[in-house]
Design a protein around this ligand. Structure first.
Ligand SMILES: *Cc1c(COP(=O)(O)O)cnc(C)c1O
Length: 406
């Protein structure tokens, strides 16, 4: 373990100014999810913050460090949404004007919330990186302090208070804490604290496959810039992780697991069943990560049971109308619905063989299309119980009918 800098981080975390606005959130023991997964699954309920996300911690710690002169000149911030809300709320408390630059793809709940706290909003670019470049120009031209979302010592320290609260709230053994990663602000603060106080607790990062900048960077042992990021989990859609965040993660993070969009949707549903609360996709990453990690462990022959696993439920700022999409895909993520595309010979009897192969399963979606004299395409949704059943079904279709191409 490195010996020079982390002690200072502990001091910064313990001294951080957070609780003037942020609250100590609950560590919530799930019932349904714990039963289903055979482990004690806990949620750190950061959706209980006044901005429905942990970002207020780092934002207020940073804002509180500004001089009266800097407060008077105002601040500018680039953010995919939640950091902006933190800065806007803190600025309001401190009597400071904030300009917020967000990508045009930002969900409207996040834009409206920022406006409600009295900040000026500018929508620029398709990604955080473009919004950030514009914020840097404003900062220089108008002499406003730029409040960075993750690559900042005081932001990292503020987010680190999540780790501090968890260890205080859960004095018993903890196997692992699962933490969503965007630029690495939350996990670098949390891991730096947890690994020095209770090194036996694993800190495991979680990223979507389509925005896995930290996973790629740790593998390459340098900060990788992703060419493209998927924005389904908009709270963590970052092309490059922070410099300081990467340095800390390299030393303190045990591993990073990656999850699919469908698995994220299934986790949103799991959390909703246990808490009756609707997380945003990024907010459900921790739970999706636990499920994926347990599956990976089992595939490697290690059955994990009866352990205490904690997921950070990081935020709940989601547009209500996205719920339709999320609930549809949750079934797929749970491996309860398999969507298959099958090519069958266009001749009598082959459709009957197809139906026989499907058996008495419920069909949730069906489309038959004549392709040419030789083939027809079938697109079918089938309700299943698990991945084994999907694999078995695909094998049977291959043998009896033709080759499915999904
Ligand atoms: C910002 C954010 C994250 C993680 O971002 P970091 O830059 O890694 O701290 C995770 N979940 C939500 C909801 C967020 O807003």
């Amino acid at each position: 373990m490195p010996t020079d800098y982390p002690i200072d981080y502990l001091r910064d975390i313990l001294n951080s100014r957070v609780y003037e606005i942020a609250r100590e959130t609950r560590l919530h023991q799930t019932r349904i999810l714990s039963d289903r997964l055979g482990n004690h699954i806990w949620l750190k309920r950061e959706d209980e913050q006044p901005i429905f996300c942990y970002k207020i911690r780092g934002a207020h710690n940073k804002m509180s460090s500004l001089s009266p002169e800097e407060i008077k000149r105002g601040v500018v911030v680039a953010s995919a949404g939640n950091h902006a809300q933190g800065v806007a709320l803190s600025a309001k408390k401190l009597g400071c004007h904030a300009i917020v630059v967000m990508p045009v793809t930002t969900p409207s709940v996040k834009i409206e919330a920022v406006k409600r706290w009295g900040a000026t909003v500018e929508l620029v670019g398709d990604s955080f990186s473009e919004a950030n470049a514009y914020a840097e120009i404003i900062s220089q031209e108008q002499h406003k302090t730029l409040i960075k979302p993750f690559d900042d010592r005081l932001i990292i320290a503020g987010q680190g208070t999540v780790g501090l609260e968890i260890l205080k709230q859960h004095p018993g053994p903890i196997s692992a804490i699962f933490v969503p990663i965007g630029g690495g602000g939350l996990i670098s603060g949390l891991a730096t604290y947890v690994k020095q106080i209770r090194p036996q607790v694993k800190v495991i990062g979680v990223e979507p496959f389509e925005s896995d900048a930290m996973y790629q960077s740790l593998r390459a042992n340098k900060r990788v810039i992703l060419k493209q990021v998927g924005i389904f989990a908009d709270g963590v859609a970052v092309k490059q992780v922070g410099k300081e965040n990467f340095r800390l993660c390299r030393d303190f993070v045990d591993e990073v697991v990656r999850v699919s969009t469908d698995e994220i949707c299934a986790a949103v549903k799991d959390i909703c069943e246990d808490t009756r609360t609707l997380m945003e996709p990024s907010g459900a990453l921790g739970v999706a990560g636990i499920k994926r990690w347990l599956m990976d462990q089992e595939a490697n022959g290690t059955k994990v049971s009866g352990e205490h696993l904690i997921a950070i439920a990081s935020g709940a700022n989601v547009n209500f109308d996205r719920l339709r999409h999320i609930s549809e895909r949750a079934e797929i993520g749970e491996r309860r619905e398999a969507i298959l595309a099958v090519t069958i010979p266009e001749k009598p009897g082959s459709f009957r063989r197809f139906c026989k192969a499907i058996g008495n399963r419920s069909v949730s979606e069906f489309n038959y299309r004549y392709a040419n004299d030789a083939d027809a395409h079938i697109f079918v949704g089938v309700m299943v119980r698990n991945q084994d059943e999907i694999d078995g079904l695909i094998k049977r279709l291959e043998k009896k009918v033709s080759r499915p191409w999904i």
